[in-house]
Write a protein that binds this ligand. Structure first.
Ligand code: WTA
Length: 660
């Protein structure tokens, strides 16, 4: 990327919080920002004090980039904070987890019951040889036993590494081996679109292909029963959950952990190379997710928090397991696909359980747009009072659709920017304070110091409230330490330093581009690798995609820069249409014209290619690298992290035929 990122899209709509929402909000005094800005350590310390510590810290923060420690010398246990302190108090009979399986089975678990379940699993892990300081790999479907096993690990001081249940044997083995896991916890299978994902078989394949030498035992939950067929149990290695967990004592003391003891490792793929084992420690992480859950989601005692992420992603760690439970909230989890048995499944779940908060991803929202508004319209969504978005920039049109069709025009939307590495939400509205703008994640969370830097490391200037040029963008950098930041890449300090701390020394470089508008709002532009240079102008793929999705025929769009002799890069767009539209040359011409009108002729795509689906990772992020390979006629790079590899193969065939 050269020079600063120019940013072309303008979005003028603004949605202030309603007076009713402000009146009841957990955060409604704007001075919270100033106070935290001037004393971030004091701000975070006040949140750490809301947790239960066995021993207080003697220093709030020690920061020598890239080394950071928070609440130095403090002792606590994350499981105690998420479970015991509620189970032993007024919340004993309050529901901690409400679960709905894909086949429709429902389970409700109170905090008192959660303590029993977690303690039994913790004792079972101990019997299997797990000790404080060990790593446990969790490869489970999205059933209550997944967060329960995470908490059981935390209880006995073992770090967990959760591997998403949609990953392959190779991915599982790579992660279990890198983390040197002693035990793998898996299930006979999980439900997805009416079929069984055979997790135990995949685990066996991981052993066959890659050895997994550090793994001594495999604990196998019975989830799908006969539907999964025979489960092969390896003598001396594999143990049934029902044989070992059920007979354990309900009593398992929480280990006293140092604030800086490892809580978990979570692998992120990145677009190339070996996955990075992102580490998080105990005291700082728990402080960060506790504070953000309470303020960003405005969590209240009687809320039912529905986060649609899987615990295989950081969102499921921070905003299903640790953040909400530390606050004593009730979380709603769902095992399966959003279109099983029909495309209204999420809305049926919200209606049935009366969820009050929905936290989901733009990729899901755009899919719902594609399916049509009749699905949410036929369900009663009036229990919802707050909506959230995470994972990618949300295009303004998707934001408006979400606001109108899911939030009935009344629910505030929190568009939350953060990363596996940041542990907790970093840029977000506070729903009782911030006037939101569709497509902007708005402002840094209190106590978080964000900078927008140009190529030379200088702060990007904006030219005052009356300037017409609100288009300056740059690199997103975080300049002060925050408690939930990663402590590094597991067993690879050099890669950690190189990836995050070398572009702008002493500052954390997130890898994302961002623009700052004249009102001080931040607009995320996506990964800097995805920014195009067209005839000397930096254009973010995000902005062109938003202009495309603004066209009534388009549900989803992915834009890439394709090598071009004259312009450097030319814009190629891959789009999928909303229900009821069909592709034609006239429509393609109209779409190109629409982008030209919305952003300017410079952003008009050279090619628009219509496709039923776009290639996405399993967490729903579009794989632009593969689209570049297709558009530039190269052999496809690594496709192992794709959710559905057939999408890209058929896209390549059809693209080549149409170019032909
Ligand atoms: C992107 C997910 C724009 C961003 C919690 C980031 C976003 C990467 C947003 C991290 C958002 C996440 N607006 N972009 N609200 N949220 N991203 O590690 O590029 O799976 O760097 O963590 O997702 O993805 P990860």
């Amino acid at each position: 990327m050269s020079e600063t990122i120019e940013s072309l899209l303008h979005e003028a709509r603004s949605y202030p919080p309603s007076p009713e929402f402000v009146a009841q909000a957990n955060a409604n005094d704007p001075s919270i920002y100033d106070k935290a800005f001037h004393d971030p350590q004091g701000f975070w310390e006040s949140w750490a004090k809301t947790l239960h510590w066995f021993q207080p810290w003697n220093r709030v923060c020690h920061f020598e980039p890239p080394v950071v420690e928070w609440f130095v010398g403090g002792k606590l246990n994350a499981c105690y904070n998420c479970v015991d302190r509620h189970a032993e108090g007024d919340r004993a009979n309050k529901r901690a987890i409400v679960f709905e399986g894909e086949p429709g089975d429902v389970r409700e678990i109170t905090y008192a019951e959660l303590k029993v379940e977690v303690s039994k699993v913790a004792n079972a892990l101990k019997e299997l040889g797990v000790q404080k300081g060990d790593r446990v790999c969790i490869y489970l479907p999205m059933v209550p036993e997944l967060p329960i096993t995470m908490l059981a690990c935390a209880r006995i001081g073992a770090a967990h590494t959760v591997v998403f249940g949609g990953f392959s044997a190779d991915s599982l083995a790579e992660r279990a081996n890198d983390a040197e896991a002693k035990v793998i916890v898996t299930a006979d299978g999980g439900w997805r679109r009416g079929s069984v994902v055979p997790l135990k078989k995949i685990t066996d394949e991981a052993f066959e292909k890659h050895g997994c030498e550090t793994v001594e035992k495999v604990l196998v939950l019975n989830r799908v029963g006969e539907a999964g067929g025979d489960v092969n149990m390896v003598e001396g290695r594999d143990v049934h959950w029902s044989e070992i967990v059920t007979r354990q004592s309900e009593d398992c003391p929480c280990e006293v952990m140092d604030s800086e003891d490892l809580l978990f490792i979570l692998y992120t793929s990145g677009s190339t190379g070996k996955p990075k084992g992102i580490t998080h420690t105990t005291g700082g992480y728990l402080t960060g997710v506790t504070a953000t859950s309470k303020l960003v989601f405005d969590l209240k005692e009687d809320d039912l928090h529905f986060c649609t992420a899987d615990c295989g992603w950081i969102t499921g760690h921070s905003y299903i397991t640790y953040g909400p439970l530390s606050n004593g909230a009730t979380v709603l989890i769902y095992e399966g696909a959003p279109d099983t048995p029909d495309k209204d499944r999420f809305w049926r779940i919200i209606e049935k359980h009366k969820a009050t908060i929905l936290y989901t991803a733009p990729t899901a929202i755009r899919t719902f747009m594609k399916w049509g508004a009749e699905y949410p319209a036929r369900c009663d969504l009036s229990s919802l009072r707050l909506l959230g978005s995470v994972g990618e920039p949300i295009n303004p049109e998707a934001w408006i659709w979400y606001h109108t069709n899911i939030g009935a025009g009344k629910c505030p939307i929190v568009d939350t920017w953060w990363q596996t590495e940041t542990g907790a939400i970093m840029i977000t509205p506070l729903p009782g304070i911030t006037a939101t703008k569709p497509g902007s994640a708005t402002h840094p969370f209190p106590g978080v110091h964000i900078k927008v830097l140009d190529d030379h490391g200088n702060g990007v200037e904006i030219s005052g409230p009356h300037a017409t040029n609100m288009t300056r963008g740059g690199y997103l950098v975080i300049e002060q330490p925050w408690p939930s930041m990663t402590r590094g890449i597991y067993n690879d300090p050099d890669r950690y330093k190189k990836t995050y701390w070398s572009r702008f020394p002493k500052n954390y470089f997130a890898g994302d581009g961002v623009k700052l508008d004249n009102d001080g709002y931040l607009w995320l532009l996506g990964r800097v690798d995805d920014i195009m240079l067209v005839a000397g102008h930096n254009i973010s793929t995000m902005e062109v995609e938003s202009a495309l999705v603004d066209h009534p025929a388009i549900a989803e769009a992915a834009v890439i820069g394709k090598t071009h002799d004259i312009k450097g890069q030319a814009i190629a767009a891959f789009v999928s249409l909303r229900a009821g539209f069909t592709g034609s040359d006239a429509l393609i011409a109209e779409i190109k014209g629409h982008v030209g009108k919305k952003i300017g002729p410079i952003a008009r795509p050279d090619d628009v290619f219509i496709s039923a689906d776009l290639p996405k990772t399993r967490s729903g992020k579009i794989m632009r690298r593969l689209l570049r390979d297709i558009a530039e006629g190269r052999a496809l790079g690594d496709t192992s992290t794709l959710a559905d590899p057939t999408v890209v193969a058929s896209l390549k065939d059809r693209y080549e035929t149409s170019e032909g």
